[in-house]
Design a protein around this ligand. Structure first.
Ligand code: HEM
Length: 479
């Protein structure tokens, strides 16, 4: 996150210094000769390549000085389970609260006197999974059909089903006016998201500032009070945000806006990549399409264009090939960092007997893209294989490194304390969306385009977008 700032302030490269910081068992320290810039530029240019190179030179654990902070990267996935268990000394929430408050424009929770608030928010995440997933999935299906019928099937393109599922419809059970401008503002804001996470003041990003103001005001309490059919999850968050009357209306609205962003920012590029890969491989598309038809026929739902498609949570669970094609798309496009801040000087246990010294306030990072692209774990890691995660008609879960089975082999949703609470909902809605696209439309990639590549500008921040636009052709199927 911090790297981007320094790309702006000092746009030139630096030499490498390898030092130890003098404390026992500390990992090798890699920094540029300009101490405050460190290795920011190289990381920003190609995070995955940079880390791969450092691993080759210095081994599985090394500290990189980036933007004045010491960041210890753990590159051996066999150490992940031990690291993830050491949650007491490695905090996630203070860091994310600070960063999110800057990006989304609310007062940091830490600065408000709200005892127990964070724990309550954490508990509210339960409303996104378990038994609560069924009503969310059902509601998502209905909203997708509403959006499809009103926009796509009448050949106009818009979106909003996730928004409607979480935040509800208008009082007359319809769609919100101003949805188009909400989407446009979200796109403008999101474009500047990497700069905001790098602490670039929003005052310098005029368009993002205006968009953020509009997005926040969309969620002001007097507007939300007119919405019906809100998910239990958002209702619970409203209760928590209203509790104690400490928060201003703007703060409450900014928290809701942050949740909207979290619920769509990674899901949309994942939908893109899954569709792109499926359309690029006829045998993958064929297998998934067949599976979708089988599941619908099995449950005796005849598909016709004027009847809503219903895919229950159980049916979605049975879509093995679609699920694994999505996982494979996530593997290829995910570049999130799992960031923890050391709460004290301590000895960080790795696997087996090994440990390294870490100092208070050092940042410890897992960078799962390195594991996702490791040829020892995934044969030909750059290649999309829709059935890579299938074995004997079931989901494959055994992947190996150095002959040992990995506990963590696919981590697009983070890990441990900061693991994405919306992950099950996300997978279900992506499946629902792709099913509808495949059922209603004949789709293909426009010919003559170069292969889509990942835009590295969001390295560390989630699912990467394609670096250029990709053109699809679509036509309503004759049914
Ligand atoms: C493909 C889709 C998604 C991906 C890849 C994804 C990925 C992630 C990751 C990597 C994190 C952890 C961030 C960190 O460690 O700093 C996270 C956190 C989070 N995600 Fe997701 N996410 C997705 C969809 C969703 C959806 C649909 C929702 C809500 C409905 C959601 C809600 C959240 C929330 C609330 C957090 C913060 C959790 C906390 O503060 O402890 N995500 N997500």
């Amino acid at each position: 996150l911090l790297m981007h700032t320094f790309v702006l302030t000092l746009p030139f490269g630096c030499l490498t210094l390898i030092l130890k910081r003098g404390v026992r068992d500390e990992p090798p320290l890699i920094q540029g000769w300009l101490p405050f810039v460190g290795k920011a530029l190289e990381f920003r240019r190609d995070a995955h390549g940079f880390l791969k190179q450092q691993k080759k030179k210095f081994g599985d654990v090394f500290t990189v000085r980036i933007a004045g902070r010491f960041m210890t990267f753990i590159m051996d996935p066999l150490s992940y389970p031990t690291i993830i268990k050491q949650g007491r000394q490695l905090d996630f929430h203070a860091f994310s609260d600070k960063m999110a408050s800057v990006v989304f424009g609310y007062t940091p929770i830490r600065d408000m006197c709200l005892p127990g608030f964070r724990d309550d928010i954490f508990r509210s995440f339960k409303l996104l999974h378990g038994d609560n997933l069924a009503p969310l999935t059902e509601s998502m299906m209905a909203n997708l059909m509403l959006v499809f019928r009103q926009d796509h099937l009448s050949e106009r393109l818009r979106e909003g089903a996730t928004f409607l599922t979480l935040y509800g419809r208008t009082q007359d059970a319809g769609r919100h006016s101003g949805m188009d401008s909400l989407r446009e503002d979200l796109v403008k804001f999101d474009k500047r998201f990497p700069l905001l996470t790098a602490n670039v003041p929003i005052g310098l990003l005029r368009e993002a500032k205006t968009s953020r103001e509009k997005l926040i005001s969309y969620f002001l309490p007097h507007r939300m009070s007119c919405w019906s059919n809100m998910s239990q999850f958002i209702r619970r968050r409203q209760e928590l945000l209203n509790h104690d009357s400490v928060m201003t209306d703007m703060d409450k609205a900014a928290h809701h806006f942050a949740m909207l962003w979290a619920s769509v920012a990674n899901t949309i590029p994942t939908c893109f990549w899954a569709l792109y890969h499926l359309l690029s491989q006829p045998e993958a598309l064929q297998a998934v399409q067949q599976e979708v038809h089988d599941i619908l026929n099995l449950s005796k739902v005849e598909f016709s264009s004027d009847r809503d498609v219903v895919l229950s949570r159980e049916q979605l669970d049975k879509l093995l090939y679609l699920g694994t094609a999505i996982n494979e798309s996530l593997r290829l496009s995910s570049a999130s960092m799992n960031i923890r801040v050391a709460q004290e000087d301590f000895s960080l246990r790795l696997d087996g007997e090994r440990s390294v010294g870490v100092r208070k306030d050092d940042i410890v990072i897992l960078y799962p893209q390195s594991l996702h692209m490791d040829p020892e774990i995934y044969d030909q890691p750059q290649t999309f294989r829709f059935d890579r995660f299938v074995q004997d008609g079931m989901e494959k879960t055994d992947f190996y490194k150095d002959g040992q089975k990995l506990k963590y082999y696919l981590m697009p949703f983070g890990s441990g304390a900061s693991m994405c609470p919306g992950r099950h909902f996300a997978i279900n809605e992506i499946k629902q969306f792709l099913c509808l696209l495949l059922l209603y439309f004949k789709l293909e990639l426009e010919e003559g385009q170069a292969r889509a590549t990942l835009d590295p500008s969001r390295a560390g921040l989630g699912i990467l977008s394609p670096s250029t636009d990709v053109r699809f052709r679509y036509r309503l199927r004759a049914i």
